[in-house]
Design a protein around this ligand. Sequence first.
Ligand SMILES: [Zn+2]
Length: 324
Amino acid sequence: MTTELVLLGTAGAPMPVADRAGISSALIVDERVFVIDCGRGSPSAFADAGLDFTRLEAVFLTHLHADHTGDLAGMLLYPWGVRVGDNGPLAPIRVYGPPRPAVLPEGDATFHRDTTIRPELPAPGTADLVDSILAGYAYHLNVMPLDARMPDAGALVRGIDIPVPARTEGITEVPAVVFDDGAVQVTAVAVTHGRAVPALAYRFDTADGSVVFSGDTTVNDDLIALAQDADILVHQVADLAYLERHGTTGAALQRMAALHTDVTEVGGVAERARVRELILSHYLPAEPDAITNAEWAQRAGQGFSGRTTAGSDGLRRALPRVPS
Ligand SMILES: [Zn+2]
């Protein structure tokens, strides 16, 4: 068996930046491909990595902010034509992610919205998102098969909401089993990402080892429990002091701190989780020339006795990693 991690994109935040793609990762297990988040440029990064769209089995969304979902439509629609085998359409791509939240969060005096888009369903979940992509692209899906041989559009994708366990203060969350076919087990816990509720972290276990994806979160005990003794923890990282020096201050800075794990904290997370390797991703600031990889790794690795790697687009890591 082989299990390999590929970082498809490592940028944080929705704003496009040069020379770094939006957040997306892939885990390849014996040629089966699982994608975690579909940020900006992820279909192109998938091709650049030499991955096979006929092997794409499932997508796991950590939460429904656009920097994690914006290129989901492309990930489904661009390779549609190859999603066919000798016996008809391939099995649908399964898209797992958060369900509709129980309530639409309120804002406050500083941060609020003026217009509520789609008030009848203002916070659609993952299955709703997939249905909306199909509905929005109905023209393409209904018309293109009249001019080119295409697989049945009805077999392209299935959106699946993950039942997120209710959290009880002070009690470690029992991870939800999202996927388990004997070869690959995926479990998830809810993490803390401001008003983006629910937001999820995922753990993948195979015979080769384990990889955990933090999603976007503040320091979170349930994530640390989920990641316990994992081989690799792919964790988001923010440099809040950098953001402050560049004009994010006051309430805006406090809000950022309620959304993300800072570079001064992430090494402690990895240490408490006792993972073998911490791989940084989803950088804030996202611009590659803002902070060098060497500086990210050096600062984030403080307090962590394992190996810290500053992830970059295209980074690959086979499991089990050969000790260095
Ligand atoms: Zn994000």
